[in-house]
Design a binder for this molecule. Structure first.
Ligand code: AMP
Length: 225
């Protein structure tokens, strides 16, 4: 069969700096493996939009390009992972982002007798990240991601998928982008070593085309055990 894992579980983490293409690959992967896409950034943005207490707390950190404190993130993800639709697996995008978060995730998984199948590490150089993030546009309604040069929508300013308006994320301006990349290097990049040691990390050239990266990920997933 084409999709070797169709009836199996896939539990995966997407790791990589902001702008590496995690969200873009996530959309395709969750469609293929029929698992929920759990993006902590999306969850926070939704809470900000809805004006919830969590959104109010997260907002200032996000606008500054800083990480939201671990204690606001970990329980949120644990609750999400206990929902019914995660029984057949899940794809985490943007979580974990600190060693602390990774340890809490490991604790949760081992308590539930589960393990991560793969940690997908997307590698992209800093210059490319800056170009990608500052040129990124996202759909206000469905969250689909575009790039003014690399992945333009069919009609300028309009989402191909749902017809929603395309906007620039508040944290995609050059200053915040540089800060986010620094925060990644200091707080998130250590996860590469952490997961390498655990044996679940696979590196991908995130500067290859969207299709090439996707195909390489699918192949690597098929080769896990
Ligand atoms: P993203 O959409 O993944 O780029 O996340 C956007 C912003 O949300 C980040 O810059 C952080 O401020 C916040 N955020 C998302 N996920 C996490 C996380 N796991 N830990 C801390 N902050 C997060």
């Amino acid at each position: 069969r084409g999709t070797q894992r169709r009836d199996e579980m896939l539990r995966a983490v997407l790791l990589g700096p902001p702008g590496a293409g995690k969200g873009t690959q996530a959309v395709r992967l969750v469609e293929k493996y029929e698992i929920p896409h759990i993006s902590t950034g999306d969850i926070f943005r939704k809470n900000i939009k809805e004006g919830t207490e969590l959104g109010k707390k997260a907002q200032e950190y996000m606008n500054a390009g800083a990480l939201v404190p671990d204690e606001l993130v970990v329980d949120l993800v644990k609750d999400r992972l206990q929902q019914d639709d995660c029984k057949n697996g899940f794809l985490l995008d943007g979580f974990p982002r600190t060693i602390f978060q990774a340890e809490k995730l490991d604790e949760f998984l081992s308590e539930s007798n589960l393990k991560m199948d793969i940690v997908i590490n997307l590698q992209v150089e800093k210059e490319a990240l800056i170009k990608r993030l500052t040129g990124r546009r996202v759909c206000k309604d469905c969250g689909a991601s575009y790039h003014i040069v690399n992945i333009p929508p069919k009609k300028e300013g309009v989402c191909d998928i749902c017809g929603g308006e395309l906007i620039q994320r508040k944290d995609d301006n050059i200053e915040t982008v540089e800060n986010r990349i620094n925060v990644y290097e200091e707080q998130t990049a250590p996860l590469i070593g952490y997961y390498k040691e655990a044996g679940s990390l696979v590196d991908f050239d995130g500067e290859a085309s969207l299709d090439e990266v996707f195909d390489a990920i699918v192949q690597a997933i098929g080769e896990q055990e």
